[in-house]
Design a protein around this ligand. Structure first.
Ligand SMILES: Nc1ncnc2c1ncn2[C@@H]1O[C@H](COP(=O)(O)OP(=O)(O)OP(=O)(O)O)[C@@H](O)[C@H]1O
Ligand SMILES: [Mg+2]
Length: 283
């Protein structure tokens, strides 16, 4: 089982003045501007913001996975040991070494044709020379580690034979079996119900803590952000409006936008109200 975690870089992420632009029929569209973030090794950072605020664009830029044709610029963009500014912009997406990603919808991220065992085994073998038989054993161990009770059946199953929660657990195993330095989780649980979301965030945070893996997650859920992040970055219209210690920012936000976002978060106290607060006119 994994345990041989090597020394980690002091900062997993050092980004200054990142911008992301997409080419559209109407010309270049700027999705992210002036984005700066430093994440020290082992921290858990959440990015929050309404739909379209640029959260995924930031994360995909940091993972090297933006679509072909997107333009990324930054004065500093060091992810683990990789200097992204040294790469030509608009290059073919490539995965930054030491970085793994978990997406919202595991069904889209997993290949429907191949069994879980072969997909997880391939990820394990990608780490280094391991025989197929050994990779199969490790794959079973990883499935147990992510809370799958019948690993032998799941190893033989194809993704569509599993529930959404189990598929997401498989994705987590695939992402973490390489013992990445940085895990980027883009709304890893928003397709799941609340109880399952909490279970999976518990799993992600405990496994990343065991592995010494830094966690950068996107969430729409302020409750999950509060419970599972040390720092929070609030984005609006492609820019950071506020960032800091999660408890402090959520208790006393300094930006009007953050306060409005918090006011929109559904809470049990609102159960008797028939209307949720909506965001109006925050600029
Ligand atoms: N490939 C693309 N081409 C053109 N525009 C894009 C592309 N991807 C994203 N955008 C635009 O960039 C902006 C930011 O999108 P992004 O997906 O980063 O936001 P987000 O905060 O992750 O939103 P959500 O919460 O809905 O996932 C949006 O206006 C979106 O329409
Ligand atoms: Mg997104």
């Amino acid at each position: 089982m994994p345990g041989d975690v090597g020394p980690r870089a002091a900062n997993a992420v050092e980004v200054e003045d990142l911008s992301v632009r997409y080419r559209t029929a109407d010309g270049w569209f700027t999705a992210v501007s002036d984005f700066s973030l430093t994440v020290s090794s082992g921290q858990r950072v959440a990015i929050v913001g309404e739909s379209g605020s640029g959260k995924s664009s930031v994360c995909m830029a940091l993972a090297g996975l933006l679509p072909l044709g997107a333009a990324v610029e930054a004065t500093t963009a060091r992810i683990i040991e990789t200097d992204l500014t040294a790469r030509p912009t608009r290059a073919i997406p490539y995965q930054v070494p030491g970085v793994s990603v978990v997406f919202q919808n595991a069904m889209n991220a997993l290949d429907p044709v191949w069994t879980v065992g072969s997909q997880l085994g391939t990820a394990i073998r990608g780490r280094g020379a391991t025989s197929r038989a050994r990779a199969r054993v490790l794959a079973g161990e990883w499935l147990e580690r992510v809370g799958i009770r019948d690993p032998a059946r799941v190893l033989r199953a194809r993704p569509y034979e599993l529930s959404g929660g189990m598929r997401q657990r498989v994705m987590i195993a695939i992402a973490l079996c390489s013992q990445p330095e940085l895990l980027i989780a883009d709304e890893p649980t928003s397709a799941l119900d609340v109880t399952l979301s909490v279970d999976l965030l518990e799993l992600i945070t405990s496994l990343t803590a065991d592995l010494g893996t830094t966690l950068l997650m996107i969430t729409h859920d302020i409750g999950l952000c509060r419970a599972y992040s040390d720092r929070v970055v609030v984005m609006h219209r492609g820019r950071v409006v506020e960032q800091g210690d999660t408890e402090q920012v959520l208790a006393a936000p300094s930006a009007d936008y953050t306060a409005a976002l918090l006011a929109c978060a559904p809470s049990l106290a609102q159960l008797n109200d028939h209307r949720l607060t909506t965001m109006v006119g925050v600029s």
